[in-house]
Write a new protein. Structure first.
Length: 133
């Protein structure tokens, strides 16, 4: 198990890393195969939401601890909020799939997830109209 003390030290190191790629690698390796407390799952969700800008790295990092995300509706909602900021349709769709499948979904979570789903459908329809012109 990755205890709170070790997680705090890890997060201190993580805050000094500027590269999304290096941050994802560090944290993904640190949590791989570990049992995480709900508090630590929520911390990781905040990091994914606040510190990682790359759509690709965000989605990969979510995947590193996605099976444990079902412990926390707060972490699930934090990640759903991040999905709103994913520009790539492909990465957005994969993130939505992961969260819908593994997240601790409440009524609020499902409603929040509809926003990114609808945005993706709207963008796809708008692009199709542009191509038809």
């Amino acid at each position: 198990e990755l205890d709170d003390s070790l997680m705090d030290k890890l997060l201190d190191v993580a805050q000094q890393i500027d590269s999304d790629y290096e941050l994802r690698l560090l944290l993904s390796e640190a949590v791989y195969g570990k049992k995480l407390s709900t508090k630590n799952v929520e911390k990781l969700a905040r990091i994914a939401s606040e510190q990682i800008d790359s759509d690709y790295e965000t989605r990969l990092f979510m995947g590193a601890f996605i099976e444990q995300i079902k412990q926390s509706s707060d972490a699930t909602e934090t990640l759903i909020s991040k999905v709103d900021h994913i520009d790539s349709d492909y990465e957005r769709r994969l993130a939505i799939n992961m969260l819908g499948s593994y997240g601790k979904m409440t009524n609020k979570s499902w409603l929040m997830l509809l926003g990114p789903v609808a945005d993706g459908a709207w963008l796809h329809a708008a692009r199709r109209q542009q191509e038809d012109r």
